[in-house]
Design a protein around this ligand. Structure first.
Ligand code: NAD
Length: 499
């Protein structure tokens, strides 16, 4: 059985805790490797090593640091197929989707090539007599990222690329369900010229996460995962004096106005609802058609599209719309929620619960499910299902439709489909959600903007990547300098003001 350890100080290191967990191939249901789960002592050693490496890296000029990122982008493109295959084998998503996962991370690496510009700081000449004032953005030291299973390439890169470009050393604790790609990314960073010890991958579970939250050297923690754990990591890390940004779960609504192009809306819903088996924090899981006529026409268009979805292993290449769920537990949980929806009285228009594939009977596959007549009080409406299940909640008016995402506890993404600019503007202005699409179902901002949800989808006050990423991984030092007049005037006892 293949054993996956850690990547510390530029080298593969075996786990010493004696604890391992299984890594599956979700398409076949087979255990394909075992990944080591780090102890606190292993985490402490990795952090101490990173702290040493960080000093030299912070002293390296920003342009040289940016060249590492430039080379890293080349290497990602060189190894794209290899990375995508490893990603799909552990996650289950299709190969084109795995490439999308890598490319969305690569784009953040590209943005980070501009780090010297973003780190320039501010300067005021002559702020007072003989006085100049300047602000510097300095790295924090050692920082950490804790990432989820559903984007094992993109989210680690969203964390470590800005952090490292700013001169920090990084400890990455990826998901234990698909740990291979994060290690491959760290190998590529070393090949790109990153000094050993600046980027370390420490695999693990709750013990490793707790060790990160409690470690005195680690200055900041970036987390992405489910809301209860995001909230837990945020509380524990900030209670220990760390800077933290923790992004959680979602329930993304798409409103379909009576004037929308319904064919376009139905296609958008199928892609955004069922792509990656619904295991995306920006997946659309609730469709809200406005008016009975819109709802009936939408269901008529959606049902055959959901029935026709092509499900299969990543090895089938482009012939598959989505693959299996990540684990047997995830499959059981999603099926259980669909059962619950039926018990609650929602109308299951398409039932994919019993989907099975010849030759892949032990894979964690499930067909697409479509619910109609879901209501606000149902569990399937309140809970993040994280599977190939779309719920239709019918609304009589725009205001009733708007109230659904407004009053939902999650606030990651949302979308509206309409031909009316006034309605679209009103929606974008009034909605209390971090990322909004207008005739765009999955509004994931590009690398030079920032990504982050509101309400229970995000804890902390800065977003990921874009300019916010650089703010999160640096702190400001402001220097006031005076040369040379007035220095011999004697002590001043009144707080200086710029007269
Ligand atoms: P998860 O919360 O189970 O795991 C995330 C990380 O936390 C992993 O590294 C895991 O090892 C660690 N972890 C798990 N249980 C823990 C515990 N009890 N104590 C401490 N650490 C623990 O999430 P997941 O299943 O890997 O990912 C899916 C979730 O992530 C979904 O809720 C999805 O919406 C969310 N997500 C959010 C975003 C976003 O940007 N908001 C992006 C992607 C995924």
């Amino acid at each position: 059985m293949q054993k996956i350890g850690h990547f510390i100080d530029g080298k593969h290191v075996e786990g010493t805790s004696g604890r391992y967990t299984d890594v599956y191939n979700p398409a076949t249901g087979e255990v394909q490797a075992q990944v080591a789960l780090a102890s606190q002592a292993e985490m402490d050693a990795a952090v101490a090593n990173a702290a040493e490496a960080q000093l030299g890296w912070a002293a390296t000029n920003p342009q040289r640091r940016a060249r590492v990122m430039m080379k890293f982008v080349d290497l990602l493109n060189r190894d794209m197929d290899k990375l995508a295959e490893a990603l799909s084998r552990e996650h289950g998503k299709t190969l084109p989707d795995a490439k999308g996962d890598i490319i969305r991370g690569l784009e953040v690496a590209e943005f980070c090539i501009g780090a010297p510009h973003l780190l320039k700081g501010e300067y005021t000449e002559g702020a007072g007599p003989g006085i100049d004032m300047y602000s510097m953005r300095q790295p924090l030291g050692v920082v950490a990222g804790i990432t989820p299973f559903n984007f094992p390439a993109m989210i680690p890169m969203w964390k470590f690329c800005p952090a490292i470009s700013c001169g920090n050393a990084f400890i990455l604790k990826p998901s234990e369900r698909d740990p291979s790609v994060p290690i491959m990314l760290a190998e590529l960073m070393i090949e790109a010229g990153l000094p050993a010890g600046v980027l370390n991958v420490v695999n693990g579970d709750k013990s490793a996460v707790d060790a990160i939250c409690d470690d005195e050297t680690i200055q900041a923690v970036g987390f992405v995962g489910s809301t209860p754990i995001a909230q837990y990591v945020y509380s524990r890390a900030t209670a220990n004096g760390k800077r933290a940004q923790c992004f959680g779960g979602a329930k993304n609504h798409m409103i379909i106005m009576p004037d929308a192009d319904l064919d376009q809306a139905a296609d958008a819903l199928v892609g955004a609802g069922y792509g990656a088996a619904g295991e995306r924090c920006m997946a659309v899981s609730v469709a809200v058609p406005v008016g009975e006529t819109t709802a009936n026409a939408l269901i008529e268009k959606l049902a055959p599209k959901v029935e026709a979805l092509k499900i299969g292993p990543y090895t089938a290449g482009n012939d598959v719309d989505f693959g299996p769920l990540v684990t047997k537990e995830a499959l059981g949980r999603v099926r259980g929620l669909v059962d619950q929806g039926v018990r609650e009285g929602a109308n299951l228009v398409v039932d994919g619960r019993d989907f099975s594939m010849q030759g892949y009977e032990n894979g964690f596959f499930m067909g697409g499910c479509l619910f109609d007549n879901v209501t606000k009080d149902m569990d399937i409406y309140k809970t993040e299902i994280f599977g190939p299940v779309l719920s239709v909640v019918r609304a009589e008016s725009y205001e009733e439709a708007l109230d659904l995402p407004l009053s939902h506890e999650y606030g990651n993404g949302t979308a509206i489909f309409t031909r009316d600019g006034d309605t679209a503007r009103d929606f974008a202005s009034r909605i209390n959600i971090g990322m909004v699409g207008i005739n765009v179902p999955i509004p994931v901002p590009l690398a030079y903007h920032t990504f982050g949800g509101w309400k229970k989808s995000g804890f902390g006050d800065l977003n990921q990547h874009g300019p916010d990423g650089f703010k999160f991984y640096t702190r400001t030092k402001t220097v006031t300098s005076r040369w040379p007049s007035g220095l011999k005037d004697g002590a001043e006892f009144v707080i200086p003001t710029m007269k």
